[in-house]
Design a protein around this ligand. Sequence first.
Ligand code: ASP
Length: 409
Amino acid sequence: MPHRHALWLLGLIAVAVLAGGFSGWYFGPAMLQVAWLGELFLSALKMLIVPLIVAAVISSITGLGDIRRLGRVGWMTLAYYISTTAMAVLIGLLMVNLIQPGVGMETAGLVVPEGVAGKTDTGVADIVLSLVAPNIVQAAADTKLLPVIFFSIVFGLALTTLGERGRNLTLFFDGLNETMMKLVVWLMYLAPIGIFALVASRLGRAGGGVAFFVQIKAVGLHVVTVIAGLGVHFLLLFIVLGLFAGRGLPYLVSMARALITAFGTASSSATLPMTLECAEEAGVDSRAARFVIPLGSTINMDGTALYEAAAVMFIAQAYGLDMSLGQQAIIFLTATLAAVGAAGIPEAGLVTMVIVLEAVGLPLEGIGLLLAVDWFLDRFRTSVNVWGDAVGAALVDRRMRGRFGPPTT
Ligand code: ASP
């Protein structure tokens, strides 16, 4: 997309969020009339995800050329994911200990929310098992992205070993990737309408301005704690970006379309096409972007990790239970895992939070406290999730340039 168009579009998308917020606030449930427009935009984004991931991951790996390079990029990427997610959880814990948002909350009469009730047996083994699907077509049809990514990685690796015999297939996936990215650019032009409709109808569903205000007020400090924590983490990632990737504000501006789309859709997976497009447009080596971003969109969720730690501590405080340092260490570990296990879809973090609550023996009913505002906080944490992937791609890009020379595409 030409740079001038990208800037115009960014302006329009920003206006769309504000106008959507205002209309949802002012007209309330009446804005449900435009929900179908948002749905259409979301469906179009989702339509691109599976073929885009397959093509992007395979062409990234064949672009890297050999297994040792992938090994190095893989380790770098994992080290980045783990250290930043851990940093996010720490910030979440720190903020809750400082602000103490749960103290004095009313917990009588809470029940385990539907949708969470059936998930009580999710464990670490399930997260590992979710990497490999017995039927990859079924996994793709169900948009289970982790097995699709895993399959694409091993497929790409096998392809790199074929030499001349694999050439046609390599070119095929490169071409498929280019075509998918073209579709992303086309779809991006519709983002302002889609995002307007998504934001307006969601706020409308929450009952409009007054109802929304009442919901926020009930758990006000929790909302403040989470948004402040996410803000701090966002800034820290920005510093990491400057220190380790040598990039700054222009990169943030380039990524802004993806970040606002994340806010509008509350889904890192649905935003993935936009994230890739923005990163490549900002000059990130396509081999880095196509590897780090798809994988990150399902396993690197800093915002979700921060949120889960903060929310669980909030629930503990609401029930008047003191969390010892040891218990907070368990929260630290399990929140990191729960974020890895969360799918990149709206409010997935609320469900995987069960892992954390069970690990420290807190009542699942506590999730009931968070329900009314979760859809709202979800948007902020999803934007941070996407920002984490974007910064990771820039970082790996920087390291790769030093080691492997200039980009191939
Ligand atoms: N909605 C988030 C995402 O897609 C996941 C979550 O619920 O935290 O990244």
